[in-house]
Structure formats: structure tokens, C-alpha cells
Write a protein of this length. Structure first.
Length: 363
């Protein structure tokens, strides 16, 4: 029975993916869907006099205003007012628009006032620890919808058979989602001095149902009094929105045709268009090598780190690239994917839990 059910979910995922239009291919514009979490009858987290739905909407509208300065960016909002939008419809809006990117904004909360900091989630298979509670919270809105058992039949974060199907649908965009999430977290940490709670993979329905790269941003904890003050302040919301907008533009210039228009003055110093066919700066890959190379990306940041093993938990053969003022550090260099998977396992055992495999191709 387990085997048959697994096959069923795999086939379902393949069929769904086959009939969904390719995202972003209907326009020369870079389409971004901005999703303000919760809304209407669903307030989200409520602590210290704040409502998550209000903070999320305010920040999303500010992000949109900043992105309007770019002629090659098209914006789609799941909501611009205090209305309840079903998770299913949020995903439908993004898929119908054939968007290039889905960005959902939320706030965090716990039963205690101690935790604080920002984190960004991408779709993933992990179901452990505190972050599972966040996934359950963000998915819980499903139960406020009529006929939720019919609408969301087949999605169960606690069912490993379901997750096999989800993995197939998400694998193509997961790496790009992680890239954006890393940019967002780096901006929060280095530019705003916010506590970095990292990038995490969790089974979130709204990210699963969208077929383009996407992230869910937890701006901070409304349950923490000090962070609540920052989240509700004009300065805090403006800074967070600017940082998110900067990250989206950096992502666009890396994965989409770079804009030829002048950048707004407040973003000019943050964004650098990545050169085409960028290769690692250590020149480990020959320019005339047409083979696909696989490396394990360990981390990214704005500081240049000596690649000696002592700085990377004993790992050797470390290389890096420098794009958009961001240094990305890689472990190993393989032409065989299975061999690189072994390096990934080794990196995770060393403590690089968010490491993943990236490819380099020279034409």
C-alpha cells in the first residue's frame, strides 16, 4: 500500500508540473508576486499590540513602491488591503501571472518573549525542530477555509509519501529560492544589524503550490517587546522593505536579463549587475572546459574569507565567486553529480546544514 501510494503522488506531481505554464516566459519583464501574509478574518500573530497581517501588508506595499522604480519589473499583489485570501488563491495568482518570483512576507511569534531575529524559509522536506512549528502555523490558515479537505487533499507536511511528490515539483526552483533567501538574510544581517536566524527549508503549502522560485520571510518576532517596537516603527518597516527590495533586484540581475535603466540612488550602491558567464575567481575551471562542474555551496557573505581549511571547519579545496558584492564559498569540484553528493553529506556533517549543490558550465 505504501509503495502504491508513493507512485500515485509521484505521478500526480509529474502531471501537475507538465500542465503548469513555464513561469516568466510570457513577458520581457521580471514579474514579482508580493504576498502579504494573512489578512481579513485571519490576523496572524497578535502580540504586544501588533497584528501580523498589518505589519506584513505595510512592508509589502513599501517593497512594491521601491520596485516600481524599475521599468523592467512588473508587480502583482495577492492583496493590497485587509482582506482574507485563501492560500490556494495566493498560489493561483502567482501561477496565472507566470511570475518569476514569489515573495511572501510574515512575522514570527512564540509563547515566550525571548526569541528574536529574522529568518527566511524556502520549500523543503525538513520537518524537525522549532521551524516545524512555524510551518504548522503558516499552514494553519488552511483550516479557516471552506472545504479545505477537498481543496488541499494530498498536502500533508507530516506524510513522507506526499513529500516525495512535492520534491519533484520543487527541485527545479529550490536552488534559486535558496539564493534569494540567502541574499535577504545577508541584507538583514549586514546592513540592518538584525539577528540572523538563517535560511531554512520547510514544507509550506503556499511555496509548494507556486511553480516559480519563492521565499517566505519572517521579518521578526512580534512576541519580543523590543523587536515589536522595531517592526511597528516607520524606520523599521522602511529599512526592512528597502533591504528586501535590494535583494530582489540583486536576484533579478543575477538570474534574469539585467536592467539597462539607471538604478535608483538609494539602491545604486547595493546592486551590481553580475557579469555574464561568471566563473569562480580561483580559476579552478578552465575557460575552454565545456563539462558541467558540481560544487557544494557552503555559505555566502559580504566579507572575503581566507580559503584555508581552518576557516571552513577543516574542509579543503575551497573556492569562491564574487558577484553583486556577495562572496559565495564552495567546497570541492566534481564532474560527477553522485561524487558531489558525497561532498554535500560531508559538509553537512561538518555543520553546514544549509549547504547545497550548484553547477558551473562553461560554453
Amino acid at each position: 500500500m505504501i509503495y502504491k501510494n508513493t507512485i500515485k503522488y509521484v505521478l500526480l506531481a509529474v502531471l501537475l508540473f507538465a500542465f503548469i505554464p513555464n513561469y516568466g516566459q510570457s513577458s520581457n519583464q521580471f514579474k514579482v508576486v508580493l504576498d502579504a501574509g494573512h489578512g481579513g478574518k485571519d490576523p496572524g500573530a497578535m502580540k504586544n499590540g501588533l497584528k501580523e497581517k498589518e505589519i506584513a501588508l505595510d512592508v509589502v506595499l513599501r517593497v512594491g513602491k521601491l520596485l516600481e522604480a524599475y521599468n523592467d519589473v512588473a508587480l502583482v499583489y495577492t492583496r493590497k488591503t485587509d482582506v482574507f485570501i485563501e492560500l490556494r488563491e495566493r498560489a493561483n495568482i502567482a501561477n496565472r501571472a507566470k511570475a518569476n518570483l514569489f515573495v511572501s512576507v510574515h512575522c514570527n511569534s512564540t509563547t515566550t518573549a525571548v526569541p528574536y531575529g529574522s529568518m527566511t524559509l524556502v520549500m523543503g522536506m525538513s520537518r524537525t525542530g522549532t521551524n516545524l512549528e512555524i510551518a504548522k502555523t503558516e499552514n494553519a490558515v488552511i483550516f479557516q477555509e471552506a472545504d479545505y479537505k477537498t481543496k488541499y487533499k494530498g498536502f500533508d507536511p507530516n506524510n513522507p509519501e506526499t513529500l516525495i511528490g512535492l520534491k519533484i515539483m520543487q527541485e527545479e526552483s529550490l536552488l534559486q529560492s535558496i539564493e534569494l533567501a540567502s541574499l535577504i538574510q545577508d541584507g538583514f544581517k549586514t546592513k540592518l544589524n538584525r539577528k540572523d536566524k538563517g535560511v531554512h527549508q520547510q514544507p509550506l503549502w503556499v511555496l509548494d503550490a507556486t511553480v516559480m522560485p519563492g521565499v517566505l520571510i519572517e521579518l521578526g518576532f512580534v512576541s519580543n517587546p523590543e523587536e515589536a517596537k522595531y517592526l511597528s516603527s516607520e524606520e523599521g518597516k522602511a529599512e526592512l522593505a528597502q533591504s528586501i527590495a535590494n535583494s530582489i533586484i540583486t536576484y533579478k540581475n543575477t538570474f534574469f536579463s539585467p536592467s539597462e535603466i539607471a538604478l535608483p540612488l538609494d539602491v545604486q550602491e547595493e546592486v551590481v549587475v553580475a557579469p555574464e558567464n561568471t566563473i569562480p575567481t580561483d580559476n579552478n575551471i578552465a575557460v575552454n572546459d565545456k563539462t558541467t562542474h558540481y560544487k557544494v555551496q557552503l555559505e555566502a557573505g559580504t566579507k572575503l574569507i581566507d580559503t584555508k581549511p581552518a576557516n571552513f571547519k577543516g574542509l579543503k579545496n575551497i573556492s569562491y565567486t564574487h558577484e553583486n558584492k556577495l562572496y559565495k564559498y564552495f567546497y570541492g569540484d566534481e564532474t560527477d553529480f553522485d561524487a558531489c553528493k558525497k561532498l554535500l553529506e560531508e559538509a553537512k556533517k561538518k555543520g553546514y546544514k544549509s549547504a547545497y549543490i550548484v553547477t558551473f558550465e562553461n560554453k
